[in-house]
Design a protein around this ligand. Structure first.
Ligand SMILES: *Cc1c(COP(=O)(O)O)cnc(C)c1O
Length: 395
């Protein structure tokens, strides 16, 4: 049996691992910047690319390679390029695939910093971006220009968990000669495999569920060998490389990915169903709930709803929606008040004044992110303790 014939859970534990002569059963951490050669001729052969092998950890490092191979096996990708953060994964993806004057169509509902990267920084280098509705394929079709190179989406979206049909967008992109990029941070391959659904490139912020315990920053770009070659070329030159230490932490994180994502989803579904019947809650956004507008599509593309639940609060008399949301957040004692997600510890945040505070009020309203919206990244605590921590809602 070759490794890729095993079940995904087995791959998450076993794929990518390589053992040194010492027979260690947990992957070794190669905390070194450069590698020695046996001779000047070998050095020349390594640099010339005629002999495979490590040269310098900005290019390759055995611990990082093990992480890349494990994640590639999980996503079903030919190649994975590990990066220093999720943002540098997006940067490397664009730098590797686009030229000045090229055009990207991106969902309006992507990570706020991704919006800044596209429209404030890359725009200065001649990249054009059009933002469209995640869920309306006609807008994607209409936005295409002769220079469109990439379609860029997150599904489910943050924080409202809107879901797009990956296959439909991939078909539109491919007819235009463009590639579909999916930032798969919310789902991870344990829940959704975008490449199998027709996407060309997958992006990860490994900082989130791949680490799973809130320790390290990292990212990854995955796709075919042909597409990843220029992405890797950018990385080894520009130096947005993943640190070996972080790769070692992520390798351990991936071993438990399937059991963690199942537990996150189970807790999130239970919490979402509970929130839905609380009188102070106006609306719950969670793809695993039958009330979610794209529930059936989500359940076709994903094996579960994932760990992120958002909801709108009703303001009490004389209270603004923001006051209602802040009062709930401040009443929690167990759940961490932080904007991070993908941690074993549940986190709670008010998108309008944190993650989306740099977006204009009009853009926020257009995106459906109201002042009463609260997002919980549901962790691995006992569900009854999470409900008890939100008992404020029942009063
Ligand atoms: C956090 C996040 C990023 C950025 O990742 P970093 O590791 O913080 O650079 C990109 N996309 C999504 C969806 C994220 O949640």
């Amino acid at each position: 049996m070759t490794i890729n014939q095993y079940h995904p859970e087995t791959l998450s534990v076993r794929a990518g691992s390589e053992m040194t002569e010492f027979g260690e059963n947990s992957e070794a951490l190669f905390l070194n910047s450069s590698f020695r050669f046996n001779s000047a001729a070998q050095a020349a052969a390594r640099f010339g690319g005629t002999e495979p092998g490590n040269i310098y950890s900005r290019f390759t490092n055995p611990t990082v390679t093990m992480f890349q191979n494990k994640l590639a096996a999980l996503e079903g990708a030919e190649q994975c390029v590990a990066t220093s953060s999720g943002m540098s994964a997006i940067l490397a993806c664009v730098m590797g695939t686009c030229n000045a004057g090229d055009h990207i169509v991106a969902s309006r509902s992507i990570f706020g910093t991704s919006v800044q990267l596209f429209s404030n920084i890359l725009a200065r280098w001649g990249l054009l971006v059009t933002f469209v509705s995640l869920t309306n394929p006609d807008e994607w079709q209409a936005a295409i220009t002769p220079r469109t190179k990439l379609f860029f989406v997150e599904t489910p979206s943050n924080p409202l968990t809107d879901v797009c049909d990956i296959q439909v967008l991939a078909d539109i992109a491919h007819k235009a000669g463009a590639y579909l990029v999916v930032d798969n941070c919310f789902c991870t391959p344990a829940i959704q495999k975008p490449l199998q659904l027709g996407a060309d490139i997958v992006i990860h912020s490994a900082t989130k569920y791949i680490d799973g315990q809130g320790r390290c920053l990292g990212g990854a770009v995955l796709g075919s060998k042909v597409l990843m070659e220029p992405v890797y070329g950018f990385l080894r030159t520009a130096g947005v490389t993943m640190s070996a230490f972080n790769a070692w932490v992520f390798l351990k994180g991936l071993e438990t990915l399937y059991v963690r994502m199942e537990a996150h989803s189970k807790n999130a579904l239970a919490l979402a169903a509970w929130l839905e019947v609380q009188p102070q809650v106006a609306c719950v956004y969670y793809p695993g709930l039958p009330s979610h507008p794209q529930h059936l599509l989500a359940m076709r593309q994903q094996s579960s709803g994932g760990g992120i639940v958002s909801f709108d609060l009703k303001a009490k008399l004389g209270q603004t929606q923001q006051q209602a949301a802040w009062a709930l957040i401040d009443a929690t004692q167990l759940i961490s008040i932080t904007a991070n997600l993908g941690d074993a510890k549940s986190t709670i945040t008010h998108p309008a004044t944190t993650t989306h505070s740099r977006v204009t009020a009009e853009a926020r309203t257009a995106a459906g992110i109201g002042d009463g919206l609260v997002r919980i990244a549901v962790g691995l605590e006992h569900i009854d303790d999470l409900k008890a921590d939100l008992a404020f809602l029942t009063k």
